[in-house]
Structures are given as structure tokens and as C-alpha cells.
Design a protein around this ligand. Structure first.
Ligand code: FNR
Length: 189
């Protein structure tokens, strides 16, 4: 008998949009494993800092190895969690650049892939505007973006200890756990 779909082990990967040491988003990304439901493991993708600026001439010669590796790890994952700051009401350039490269690889790594988005900000609305730009980008990449719950962590310094790389706010942790469970349910459908 095949394994019940509802208990199939899942592997998610995280894609981080910040390069900053002591990044709040890094603290979130590394907290996910302990908030994940049973049967779900979470690993980090390579850094978007290792990917050069998109250039079609470079692509014509050869895709950068960091792009090919990231694309393959996304293809073989059961879901992707994008954890990113909002920069100037949108997606940070380094993350957008990585998505641009990934979009040129075949087979399309995000096609049909369950994707969850998490943002945080010192501001009140927690990076909401970047999330909606990212959702728009994901339309062309064919990602299957989870609708709810949305993780937009406002007033982040009161909820995350970036130096300790920990989420300190219990309700934020509980909401993230709910989102990971929803992503797992989506991936097992
Ligand atoms: C920001 N920040 C920011 N915050 C926000 O809520 N909306 C925004 O549009 C912007 N824009 C913006 C642009 C640039 C260039 C920087 C450097 C910062 C603030 C941002 O949310 C804050 O620096 C976070 O701490 C960045 O996330 P990490 O690096 O801590 O993960």
C-alpha cells in the first residue's frame, strides 16, 4: 500500500531576500524548522548574493552555477518559503534578480510549486506592499502562492531578537506555524 497522502514527508526550502548580518528575515527563516508541522523539513537555498546581475549575454554563454543549483533545489522541493524585506514598497533588487535568472531556466522551477511569502518591517504594515509585488511576479513564474494566512510582521523589533536570531513574539510564532501547516496541506493536495 502506498503511503497516505496526508502523512507524506515534505521538504521545503527558504529563499532569503536580505543580505544583512543580523537580518530580521534571516532570524525568521532559521526559526521555521521548529515551527513546522510534523513530517516537514526546511532547508535554506543558497544566497541571492551569489547570483550575478541578470545578463542575457551571460545566459547565452552559460547559466551561472548558483542559478542552476538554486533552480534544481526548488524543482526538487515540495514548497518554497520566500522570506524577504520590503525595499521602497517593492521586492529587494537582489531577490528580484535571482527570480529573473530562475525564470529563464527550464523546466520552470516555480511552475505549480507551492510558495509561501513572509515579510517583516519596522513599519506597521510589515512589508505588505512587497508581498503583493511578489505575488504579481509569481504569476509569470507560475508559482502556486498560498493565500492565507499572510505573514506580515509589523513593528519587528518588538517581535524578533535579530542578534539572538529568534522570534520572541508568541502570536507571531503561532501564525507562522499556521502558515506552514497550510503550505504543507497545499503541497499534499
Ligand atoms: C527599507 N525598509 C523598508 N521598510 C518598509 O516597511 N517599507 C519599505 O518600503 C522599506 N524600504 C527600504 C528600502 C531600503 C533600501 C532599506 C535598506 C530598507 C526598512 C526595512 O524593512 C528594514 O531595514 C528591515 O530591517 C530589512 O530587513 P532585514 O535586513 O532586517 O532582514
Amino acid at each position: 500500500m502506498t503511503q497516505m497522502n496526508s502523512s507524506r514527508p515534505l521538504r521545503f526550502v527558504t529563499l532569503l531576500g536580505s543580505l544583512r548580518r543580523n537580518s530580521y528575515h534571516y532570524a525568521v527563516a532559521r526559526s521555521l524548522a521548529e515551527l513546522a508541522p510534523e513530517g516537514v523539513t526546511i532547508d535554506a537555498l543558497g544566497s541571492v548574493a551569489d547570483i550575478p546581475h541578470y545578463d542575457a549575454d551571460v545566459q547565452a554563454e552559460a547559466f551561472p552555477p548558483a542559478v542552476l543549483e538554486m533552480a534544481e533545489r526548488i524543482r526538487s522541493a515540495d514548497g518554497v518559503i520566500i522570506v524577504t524585506p520590503e525595499y521602497n514598497y517593492s521586492v529587494p533588487g537582489a531577490l528580484k534578480n535571482a527570480l529573473d535568472w530562475l525564470s529563464r531556466t527550464t523546466p520552470a522551477p516555480f511552475a505549480g510549486k507551492p510558495v509561501a511569502i513572509q515579510t517583516a518591517s519596522p513599519g506597521a504594515i510589515g512589508g505588505a506592499r512587497a508581498q503583493y509585488h511578489l505575488r504579481q511576479v509569481m504569476v509569470f513564474l507560475d508559482g502556486d502562492v498560498l493565500n492565507k494566512p499572510e505573514i506580515m510582521i509589523g513593528n519587528v523589533s518588538s517581535k524578533i531578537d535579530a542578534e539572538a536570531q529568534k522570534i520572541t513574539d508568541e502570536s507571531t510564532k503561532a501564525l507562522i506555524a499556521q502558515q506552514l501547516a497550510a503550505l504543507a496541506a497545499m503541497a499534499r493536495r
